[in-house]
Write a protein that binds this ligand. Structure first.
Ligand code: COA
Length: 285
């Protein structure tokens, strides 16, 4: 199939939201995993936000004038975040996804972005093969955890809401861990009132944009992340993501009653620095 590709406009949000919902519903039901997007309306609301935000690039694919899929690039920080990519279930596995991925990768190359990352539903054989064929490398097995708030305060680790004044220290910490900062995402989270920081021995030692699917966190130690997790009043959306290789933190979460929802894969292309600290990745969007 040879779809026409174009940048999304605000009028496309509803259609993109429906396709996103239907595409994830089909694959989740097939594997009996819970739905990350609870309704077409929630899907459309996200698209409205992305399409109107200058930090996102949204591309749609059309066949005979009808939208059949979309792809999203989060360009708010140094490394682009790719996804969600979704294709109408009635035309899947016929190269539409491939074309949408090529469009996003062309954009990454035109902007001379040093790297791009994505999070893939590990149970989905098709997306894993598609991304691998296009050059993405598997970096990390992730676990998606959800449950009741832990409600725990770690001695010597004070958690508070982040302010604009924390931006410099947060970005410096992120650069230590990832080699680049995620300032664009953090600025949005501080403005939205969801970002938190943890301080230990009078120093900022970790932050989270939001403890949930769409937020990331970086910290000097597992204790700092535990403090951020312990202070969270909810794990927003379908829960948060944790690198499974961090066994100590994974066990701590399980010991505190959290349940694993699904496995995911962190993949990237281009610049990728092996993290030098503790982190929770975001689903991208
Ligand atoms: C994932 C998705 C976007 C891919 O779009 P698509 O149009 O179905 O995929 P395409 O036909 O372009 O590409 C699939 C590729 O994977 C290959 N493939 C699929 N299943 C495979 C398997 N089991 N083993 C090896 N290769 C496989 C296909 O042969 C094709 O490669 P080719 O183009 O070189 O022939 C689409 O299926 C979708 O919306 N899925 C539900 C939502 C979702 O999971 N989104 C991604 C979240 S991580």
């Amino acid at each position: 199939m040879n779809p026409t590709l174009r940048m999304a406009t605000p009028d496309d949000a509803r259609e993109c939201g429906i396709i996103r919902y239907e595409a994830f519903k089909a694959i989740a039901e097939q594997h009996q995993f819970p739905l990350a997007t609870p309704s077409p309306e929630v899907g459309a609301a996200s698209f409205s936000r992305w399409i109107s935000h200058p930090g996102y690039y949204v591309v749609v694919a059309e066949l005979e004038g009808r939208i059949v899929g979309s792809n999203v690039l989060d360009e708010r920080s140094a490394i682009s975040g790719l996804g969600p990519i979704t294709v109408d279930p009635t035309v899947q596995n016929r190269m539409v996804g491939n074309r949408l991925m090529q469009a996003a990768l062309q954009r990454v190359s035109e902007r001379r972005c040093p790297g791009v990352r994505l999070v893939q539903a590990a149970y989905h054989t098709r997306s894993l093969c598609l991304y691998t064929k296009l050059g993405f490398e598997v970096r990390e097995l992730l676990v998606n955890l959800q449950g009741s708030p832990v409600g725990l305060q770690l001695p010597g680790h004070a958690v508070r809401l982040a302010t604009d004044g924390d931006l410099g220290n947060c970005n410096a910490l992120c650069r230590l861990v990832h080699g680049h900062d995620r300032s664009g995402e953090l600025i949005d989270a501080i403005r939205d009132g969801t970002a938190t920081v943890v301080e230990h021995e009078s120093r900022l030692t970790g932050y989270a944009t939001v403890v949930g699917f769409s937020g990331h966190a970086v910290a000097e130690s597992n204790a700092d992340i535990k403090a951020l997790l312990g202070a969270a009043t909810e794990f927003v959306g379908p829960g948060f993501l944790l690198p499974a290789r961090n066994g100590e933190l994974f066990r701590w979460c399980l010991e505190h009653g959290l349940r694993m929802v699904q496995p995911l894969t962190l993949m990237s292309m281009g610049l990728y620095n092996e993290p030098q600290g503790v982190y929770l990745p975001s689903i991208i969007y």
